[in-house]
Design a protein. Sequence first.
Length: 600
Amino acid sequence: MVSERDSSRLKDTPAPPRAATLTVAYEGGEERRGPVTMGQANMIRCVLRDEPEHINIHDVWPAPAGTGTEAAVDALRTLAVRHEGLRTTFPHDPGSAPREQVVAAAGAFTVTVLDHDELPGEAAVYAESLAREARDERFRLDRDYPLRVTLVALDGAVVYAAVAASHAVTDISALAVLKEEWLTLLSGGTLPALTALTPLGLAAEEAAPAGLRKSAASLGYWERIIRTGPQAMFAEPGAEGTEAAAPRLTLRSRRGARALAAVAERTGGLPATVLLTAWCALLAHRTGQPACVTAVPTANRHEPRLTRSVNTLSQDALLCLDVRVPSFDVLLSKAWGAALNAYRHSRFDAVSLWEMIDRTTFERGSRFARDVAFNDVSTLPTALPSSLPSGDETVIGPELELSWGEVQVLPTRVLTFVHETEPLLRLGVWADPVLFPREQAEGFVVGLVRLLEAAAAGDVPLDTLSEVTGVRPVERGPGWERVDGSWVSPPAVAEALSRALDGVPVHVTTDPPPEGGSPDGGSPDGGAGPGLTAYIATGGRPLTPAGAHAAFMDVLPGRPELLAPRRYVIVQDPPAEADLSGAWVRQQILSEGTGRDRRM
């Protein structure tokens, strides 16, 4: 028996939608085939390795009022014929990575239609949940259409398209291009002629001599940073593991947008560069690092022929911005050149890149951590603008608002998306909650706004950032040192090396920097700083420096406080004297070396 209360509740629950699956055929394209692009190969590597909900992407596309299902489907068909990337599959043998892409001349895909008498809750949030749910299923690279589309309709009129997409074919920028063209078609507009490079056109350029030289130059640029810069931005107490489950923190701020525009006007800098500079300055300040090393995933669309390409171009640019300058304005003057340099070196062969990273980190004794990513998509069309044009300022948005959203598992410590810079500054930030409890995460984002406001009024000395922003550098405590460009805990190195070698006694010392090196721990622009020496008492068991180094490298993942010793000294027994440091040096040496010989 249903109670009166339950009956009332049931009446408030919308009826389930009428669901239909449509098969949409298309023809009129050109059949082609050729090698994959560098960006495709890079992303395919991730698609084959990662869980689909982590690597697939999604978006929500609004539909103009009164859009019928037939018109929405016709627009999707037009996009499929127009863009080769949407007609692309990647044939490959099981267990192997695709090296070829095939563009179909004709084919078909399916579209799900959910027609409601009443939408459940806020329509945009509902469509977002459908798109996110569709990410959970893996795309088959050799046969699947790269978009999964659900049309959300109300009484037959399409309100939103919830889209999940294969990252092997699209990236966030490509989805934004498709969204813009979808809106143009449904609004009765005419699409311009295609001028962007197709995936196959890009692949041909990359395979040409000039493309190969560009890729080689990118690898050299990356190697310099990975060999000399901080191995991890967040080398500090509490930073453990290689992934973090972090909730999204969203900032919406008119204050931030006004301040950003004022800094750009005062300095003559581009708003995007001003925001990137402020963000890097604050991050380096918080981490106590002399440089901000960050991945900039959308940087490789800076070439006009790639800006509107429906393709996956999401290869990282790696920015290394040295913050050891007196003031914000001086840092801003450096940031533009540093960013351009990073953008120029953002196209590379992914397999060669990871081979280089593996070799370089083995030789350095480090572990490259993609701790930080900064993704500025503010110039792309937005599906859900946070502001509306109006004479009423209350409609435009809040002075400063923070809100928390869903949790994502990410292989980064801090991921930032810039969605909008005017009339609101709108950011989405995922920060490792171990390093940034909610109060500190909110303080960091508010501190960014405060820094922009201070820089709008005048140049800001970087040694005043704590007072200006309220964000203070992390406290590492005793036992931490700057070693070879990185923050390191020598006691933790000794403990980890001992454990890797089944508990043998280990003593680690910090050595003076090599001749020509930097006494402050090294930097991307200078020589290497001081290194570590490990004294290992084997008790007669056979051990070589190469064996010790290999064992230590196995324990590095997820331990950013560790850096391998530059020299391994093998002795028979640990000293008995109280002065352990001096006593270890006086022990009879059985063997010593760098341990970097992989031919062990």
